[in-house]
Design a protein around this ligand. Sequence first.
Ligand SMILES: Nc1ncnc2c1ncn2[C@@H]1O[C@H](COP(=O)(O)OP(=O)(O)OP(=O)(O)O)[C@@H](O)[C@H]1O
Length: 647
Amino acid sequence: MGKRHGAGGPEVSASERLLFGGPLRYDMGWNEHADAFLELNFRAMLVRLPGMLASSLRLARQADPRAARIVLACEVGRGAAQAVSLLAVNSALGKLLSGPGIGQRLREAAPALAVMAAVMLVAALLRAASTYATGRLEPKVERVATELYLERAANVELAAIEDHAFHKLLDTAQYGARSARSMITYGARVINAVISLIAAAGVLTVLHPALLPLLVTMTLPSAWGALTNARRRYESFHTWVQHARAGHLIGSLLTEPAAAPEIRVHGVGPFLLRHFRSMSETAEAEQARLSRLAARTGLIAAAWTGLATVATYATLGALLLGGAMALSVAGTAVIAIRTGSASLDTLVLEINELHEEALFVGDLHRLYTEAAERAIPAGGRPLPENPAEIRFENVTFSYPGDAARPALDDVTLTLPLGRIIALVGENGSGKTTLVKLLAGLYNPDRGRILWDGVDAARADRRLLAERIAMVAQDFKRWPFTARVNVAVGRSSVPLTEERLAASVAEAGAEEVVADLPRGLDTLLARNFSGGHELSGGQWQRLGIARAAYRRGRILIVDEPTAALDARAELEVFDKIRALAGSGQTVVLITHRLASVRHADVVHVLEHGRLVESGTPDELLAGGGVYAELYTLQAEQFTAKVPAPKPA
Ligand SMILES: Nc1ncnc2c1ncn2[C@@H]1O[C@H](COP(=O)(O)OP(=O)(O)OP(=O)(O)O)[C@@H](O)[C@H]1O
């Protein structure tokens, strides 16, 4: 297939440029997979047909084997019924058009007519049974496919989730489950149409061998038209998927509670609306382009069909004139051609629909495969039961797509376990990145992270995660009850009230819970009825309670007191110290250097490099970066504020 550019429509809009920094269209021309999955020619479609049918059947059997068997049996039965019915029509016509008196002919045709009636009845019953079983099957198929999608997506490495190419696949594949559902109906119809077509083709071939190719010629134009349009729609979908996501994003920003205050105070509403309209208009222009092309293709196909029809009937006339065909046979042939071309048309359209849906299911399968490749590896070496230290050895790490600026650059440091370790440094110096590597969320590009000599890259990642409890800077505020927001720290164990109460107490969050209208059962999502919103500091305490509930051996707290008032901050640090006293390792990231005084070790990072390490006293005495930052903060409290100058 040549390189077609679905993006060949409108230019990059000003909204795309301003809000998103550039075009949101994928250029299918240079997409390495484009040719593979956009190969939408008739031959490719037919070659793939058995595979497509088998894949819908597999999904159906997985979802509900009994319903799948019923649908299959009914559709095969319906196809056969149509075949029998056509044969009966043929026989009845033969009897009616030749022979002595009309009464005699009617009597002779009666059995065939009775067969037709019986077949119609059976077909109606089969159709009803198939409708029922399909209705039962479809939602189950969609659920099975969606579950698999979500399960695989939730299990990939963090780096995959942050990779835009994988994200695109996540985007496109989400439609695959719905397509898998539709494939059941289309698959059933295709089976049915194939069988009835075989019957029509059989009858035609018996009447005259020239009729079958004529029938095929008549149907080809609509097949070409349908295919061409399907290819354009699918290609356009892939090109525009990111643009569509951006449009939805703007729409949801206008209604989401988190954006509501700024929308009102800063008047962002009209701005967003303007860009929503502009982005929608760009997308509409693409739809208009597709419709224009579809109309043109339809006209060309219709002209071609017209010519083929004229040729067919001219051939039939020539056969009659030349005496190569009897009048009664020609009558049957006309009916068979009409029936045959109708079923061939239906078949082509159904295969095309099936194929279009199969392309989306193909995206889903590609996601399944890629997600399996990028999944967090299962298994690995066990970690030492009670390691004495974790050592970063020459660790270098760059975020995907940002290799020029390593977030960690040749870092070598030791984290003694059972102690409080503080990570200090200015914004963007690499502290959060370091703890993400410690938690196994990323692997180093170079260097090793050793747990008493065991390389974390070869360790069992699930066992590693078991040991970690983390309150990230942007920890998730789950839109569920306060109870779940704490207990989600370890959702794999049954929730117990004792453990819950102990964690809430450890985090000093009792007051927060007591103030909630329904205590721990209060829903913490304002956009649901009965939902309640917490302040930033209250959330932070619940976040700490969640980490306490997890009871990981290494507690990572990234800016735990950023939203806390002075008294609460002191209290939280006291609690953290108490935890360390009980043997828990605490890795603490904070800009409040006064709180770091109780740490056993402080590591200072600058531009991704380790610049100082030692106890707080050693570092203060050393007069380096830590001492400088510490003095700067201390001066804020001791320096006299100059009195305002008189005007
Ligand atoms: N997910 C990410 N993808 C790409 N780059 C990132 C990502 N997270 C952080 N970075 C970049 O890595 C560098 C280090 O960031 P990091 O979050 O580790 O700093 P930090 O010391 O924790 O800063 P802060 O004190 O502001 O929290 C920064 O330059 C940042 O832009």
